[in-house]
Design a protein around this ligand. Structure first.
Ligand code: ZN
Length: 383
């Protein structure tokens, strides 16, 4: 048995549900903070738990290069290594490898790439990407796909989509034969209520063409995965185009399986996508923006380094109940940031993650009440 997904309530196309993983239950729709190299930058794990993070994301490409899959496996997998008892999802490494541009070469067999750390040469195939993710010990792992660049011609987008489908089949075959080789199988045998192996999700591609998106979704569903991601978005297209591609895929994807949109988005976007029936989202935005002094609040985005906050005695967000907003002033947060103090990154990240997680909590609550219109129009407090 891998994962279970149960839908509890619906409001239009939106739904709340529970995804049971080998490392506990996740309430959906869920926002997953990104912990690229086995850390959500600037956040200790106990703070993440206190914020209510139920699942976080690790990047296979980065962990494969440093500290290395075997090292992580020998240290108890990602859960043991980073002392994180809750669920983890890893990406396939494809997205990062494809962002390397000049440093990679793609063939039917896989991708040869050079490390951004030391220039050394490496190779990822669907099989080795599965082996790496199983070795890291994630609860949810992703099929190896090609993230089609944008813009791409129809011919190029089709060829890329076809290769992603062939790689999805190879990913699934390798996974089926090796899924119990994770670092924690024995541990979960002691808790028979929880799944005893990770789950492999398929990924819909197809560039920015609705017919290719639909075909990619249909043919990925034929391969039969326990969950489906919509990839290749937020690569420079308009927000309207992102929504059109998500809507097209959602029409085809099975309603009883989790739907994951990779790499999105702003707070208003994740609310919109949840309303469309998306269950899982991840993005570096709240954590990366925090380190640049950009705070998301119920009154919009604020740039804490702005001189106008130098004497501001108010909290970052008057409607936020997080530890940062209950204790510190904008004036202090600005001072930390302009002084380049490490605490600036810690406090800004803590608030932004609290804002994102509270946003999703409000969305889940509204769905349970059967009406998302208040959250969508912004008239209900998001914090
Ligand atoms: Zn706050």
């Amino acid at each position: 048995m891998s994962i279970r997904f149960q839908i509890d309530a619906r409001a239009g196309a939106a739904r709340t549900g529970r995804l049971t993983t080998p490392h506990g239950e996740i309430e959906t729709p869920v926002f997953m903070p990104v912990g690229t190299v086995a850390t959500v930058k600037a956040m200790p794990q106990d703070i993440l738990e206190e914020l209510g993070v139920q699942i976080l994301l690790g990047n296979t490409y980065h962990l494969y290069l440093r500290p290395g899959v075997e090292t992580v496996r020998n240290l108890g997998g990602l859960h043991g290594f980073m002392a994180w008892p809750r669920a983890i999802l890893t990406d396939s490494g494809g997205f990062q490898v494809f962002s390397l541009n000049e440093l990679r070469k793609v063939t039917e067999e896989g991708v040869t790439f050079r490390s951004h750390l030391d220039g050394s040469s490496h190779f990822f195939s669907p099989e080795s990407a599965m082996q790496a993710q199983i070795g890291l010990g994630a609860d949810i792992i992703m099929a190896f796909d090609e993230c089609t660049e944008h813009p791409a011609s129809r011919e190029r987008a089709r060829a890329s989509m076809e290769m992603t489908l062939r790689w999805a089949r190879r990913s699934k075959e390798y996974f089926a034969a090796h899924r119990h080789e994770n670092p924690w199988s024995r541990q979960s045998e002691e808790n028979p209520r929880l799944p005893d192996s990770p789950a492999l999700f398929g990924i819909v591609q197809g560039g920015m063409y609705t017919d290719l998106r639909r075909e990619s979704a249909e043919r990925t569903v034929e391969l039969d995965f326990p969950g489906y991601a919509i990839g290749g978005l937020s690569v420079g297209e308009s927000r309207a185009k992102t929504m059109e591609m998500i809507a097209t895929a959602l029409e085809v994807l099975p309603k009883d399986k989790p739907h994951y949109v990779m790499g999105v988005g702003y707070p208003e976007e994740i609310v919109q996508y949840a309303a469309m029936g998306v269950d899982m989202m991840d993005c570096v935005l709240p954590t990366r923006a925090a380190r640049h002094g950009l705070l998301f609040t119920s009154e919009g985005r604020i740039n804490i380094k702005n001189a106008r906050y130098a004497q501001d005695q108010g909290p970052a967000d008057p409607r936020c109940g997080c530890r940062v907003c209950s204790r510190y002033t904008r004036a202090y947060l600005r001072h930390l940031f302009v002084s380049a103090e490490p605490l600036a990154a810690v406090l800004n990240t803590m608030h932004n993650l609290a804002f994102y997680l509270d946003t999703m909590r409000s969305v889940r609550h509204a769905i349970t009440l059967g009406d998302l219109s208040g959250v969508l129009s912004g008239s209900v407090s998001l914090a």
